[in-house]
Design a binder for this molecule. Structure first.
Ligand SMILES: [Zn+2]
Length: 362
């Protein structure tokens, strides 16, 4: 049984998941008569991947499958096949699905399976360890939110971020960075302080596509601290902050506050990395450049040589200033001495600047 396929549609609604399940289950058989099964068996198998499924739900799901996608046949002892579709308008239609029957998937059913998988948006999505199918659903919602963030302009690319706040399995708020009318605001901030200001959020789960920030210019409060203040129980994070000087600090802060942490599944991480590649490249290259400038010995050496040259120049200029007391015979005009002193002052200023740059490079 292709459990992977079933799990691949966990982002669909329950109805969609059941439809996908029934069609893929029926497809397993290459018999013309279709795959023999019963409601009980279908429920049992479906529970392994979809959680609790009861008989009525399964019957309804079968009822809603279109005849061009699959037919449900009951074989009479004499070998005659009775098509469920002919009896679906009867009040007692459920009874027809009580005992064993066969699922025969039609060519249209294969296309329907593909459509359902495409609609799920993530055909290879499977919950990794530590995540439930609900987690995947809410994480996917957060990614959808992040996609709504628009380019804000400015000198550096801004991240596209989405956040979803869930309490007892229900979505309380969704937000994305810079959404109208909260331009340039962080997604978590909008969700926590603009949308759920008066809500009690103790123990809630926050799905955020980017590691919550830990530094902001005062009086702004970093999102990680806000999450702690609101006593969020668990934070599920899409990607770490790509700036190597910041990476992991959000997690550390939340962990120190006793908040449980999980990460999005790799498939969603890849989507986010793709979505924010400009932002990521910017933050990572900026840091690498800073670091190189600071550490390249050549840059430092060049400045040091320049400094030495300037020191020599200043020394030789100062030597030209007539020392009347020592060499009273030298007759220098006042103007030329002033010019010389000005030149020395200029060179000394340059020397100060270079010294400062050398110090900053260390
Ligand atoms: Zn923030």
């Amino acid at each position: 049984m292709p459990f992977d396929d079933i799990l691949s549609v966990v982002t669909l609604s329950k109805t969609g998941q059941l439809e996908h399940f029934i069609l893929t289950f029926g497809l397993e058989s290459r018999e013309d008569a279709g795959r023999a099964t019963s409601i009980t068996q279908l429920c049992q198998v479906a529970r392994e991947t979809l959680g609790e499924v009861d008989v009525r739900e399964m019957q309804d799901a079968i009822y809603n499958i279109r005849p061009e996608h699959a037919t449900f046949l009951k074989f009479l002892p004499n070998g005659t096949a009775v098509d469920f579709n002919r009896y679906r308008k009867l009040r007692e239609w459920r009874k027809l699905l009580n005992a064993d029957f066969n699922i025969r998937v039609q060519p249209g059913g294969r296309i329907r399976i593909e459509d359902l998988e495409a609609a799920s948006g993530a055909p290879v999505l499977r919950p990794p360890l530590g995540l439930s199918s609900d987690d995947i659903r809410f994480a996917t919602l957060a990614v959808d939110e992040a996609r709504k963030s628009i380019e804000e302009g400015g000198a550096r690319p801004k991240p596209k971020v989405g956040a979803v706040i869930v309490k007892e399995g229900k979505v309380l708020a969704k937000a994305h960075r810079g959404e109208t009318p909260y331009l340039a605001n962080h997604a978590e901030y909008i969700a926590l302080e603009k949308k759920l200001k008066d809500e009690v959020l103790i123990g809630s789960v926050v799905y955020t596509t980017l590691e919550p920030c830990t530094t902001r210019n005062p009086p702004k409060v970093p999102c990680a601290e806000r999450l702690v203040d609101r006593r969020i129980g668990r934070v599920v994070i899409g990607t770490l902050d790509p700036d190597p000087r910041i990476t992991g600090r959000g997690i550390l802060l939340l962990r120190n506050a006793g908040i449980a942490i999980d990460l999005f599944p790799p498939e969603l991480m890849s989507q986010l990395e793709e979505l924010n590649r400009d932002f990521t490249r910017d933050r990572q290259t900026r840091f690498v450049q800073d670091k190189e400038q600071r550490q390249t010995p050549d840059a430092w050496l060049d400045l040091f040589r320049e400094k030495q040259n300037l020191e020599e120049e200043v020394a030789s200029l100062e030597a030209q200033v007539p020392a009347f007391s020592v060499r009273p015979q030298v007759k220098a005009g006042k103007d030329s001495i002033d010019l010389l002193n000005d030149k020395i002052k200029r060179k000394k200023r340059q020397l100060d600047e270079i010294t400062e740059r050398i110090t900053s490079l260390r």
